[in-house]
Design a protein around this ligand. Structure first.
Ligand code: 13P
Length: 248
C-alpha cells in the first residue's frame, strides 16, 4: 500500500515570523500517523520552519532549487544548501515556475536528477492548460512532461519520487478537477511510469492531485485508486489544512 502524501505549497506567502506562528497553529491539527505531511515554505523561512516543526510529524520542503552544485547564479539556491539544513523534499517544475520563470521540461529533468543525487525527494509537477484540455491533448502533454522529467532517472530513484498532477486551469481558480478527471490523468501517469520502468515502480510511485483542493473536496479526490494525496496551495495556509490531512 502506498502511503498518502499531503503537501502544502505555501508559494510566496508568510514571513519567517509568520511561518513559525502558522506552524504552531497547524501542528496539532495535522497530527496524523497514516499520511506523510509536508509544508513547502519560501526559502527564507526554511530554517525557521524546520525549527518550528521539530518533534512533530511535519516535514519541511523547498519550492524550488537550482540544478548546479554552486557557482555564479545570483539569487539561486543550490541543492546542497537545502540538505545542509535538513530539507528532504523539493517541489520541482511547478507551473508557476514554468510560466513566470521560464522553467522547461529540460531544466525540470536536471533538477530532478540533482535532487536524487542529494538524497532529496522531488515533488515533480505536471499538468495541462485549459486550451490543452479543451483540445483533447491532456494525456499526451502530461506523458511528455513525465517522460522528459524522468530521463536518466534510475528505477530505484523513480520509486521514491512524488508526482503532482496539477491542471493549470484548476490552480488558484476555485475550479477543482472532478475526481474522475483527476483519476483519469493520474492513472495515465502511472501507466507512463510503467512503460518507462516496470509495474513494480508504477505501483510504488506516489501521485498527488493539486488544484483548488479544499477540505470539502479532499476525501473524494484522495480516495481515487491512483491519487495518493494532494499538493495544496491556498487551503494549506488555513486551519482547513488539518481537515485535508485528516480527510479520512
Ligand atoms: P491552489 O490549491 O491554491 O489551487 O494551488 C494549487 C497549487 O498550485 C499547489 O502547488
Amino acid at each position: 500500500m502506498r502511503k498518502k502524501i499531503i503537501a502544502g505549497n505555501w508559494k510566496m506567502n508568510k514571513t519567517p515570523t509568520e511561518t513559525v506562528t502558522l506552524i504552531e497553529e497547524l501542528k496539532p491539527l495535522v497530527q496524523n500517523e497514516k499520511e506523510d505531511v509536508v509544508f513547502c515554505v519560501p526559502a527564507i523561512s526554511l530554517a525557521a520552519a524546520l525549527e518550528a516543526a521539530k518533534g512533530s510529524n511535519i516535514e519541511i520542503g523547498a519550492q524550488n532549487m537550482h540544478f548546479e552544485e554552486n557557482g555564479a547564479y545570483t539569487g539561486e539556491i543550490a541543492p546542497g544548501m537545502l540538505t545542509d539544513i535538513g530539507v528532504n523534499y523539493v517541489i520541482i517544475g511547478h507551473s508557476e515556475r514554468r510560466e513566470y520563470f521560464a522553467e522547461t521540461d529540460r531544466t525540470v529533468n536536471k533538477k530532478v536528477l540533482k535532487a536524487f543525487e542529494h538524497g532529496m525527494t522531488p515533488i515533480i509537477c505536471c499538468g495541462e492548460s485549459l486550451v490543452q484540455r479543451e483540445q483533447g491533448v491532456t494525456i499526451d502533454w502530461v506523458r511528455q512532461q513525465i517522460k522528459i522529467a524522468f530521463l536518466n532517472v534510475k528505477k530505484e530513484q523513480a520509486k521514491e519520487a512524488v508526482i503532482a498532477y496539477e491542471p493549470i486551469w484548476a490552480i488558484g481558480t476555485g475550479k477543482v478537477a472532478t475526481s474522475a478527471q483527476a483519476q483519469e490523468v493520474c492513472k495515465a501517469i502511472r501507466e507512463c511510469i510503467k512503460e518507462i520502468y516496470d509495474s513494480g515502480t508504477a505501483k510504488e510511485i506516489r501521485i498527488q492531485y493539486g488544484g483548488s483542493v479544499t477540505a470539502d473536496s479532499a476525501a473524494e479526490l484522495f480516495s481515487q485508486d491512483d491519487i495518493d494525496g494532494g499538493l495544496v496551495g491556498g487551503a494549506s495556509l488555513k486551519p482547513d489544512f488539518g481537515r485535508i490531512v485528516n480527510y479520512r
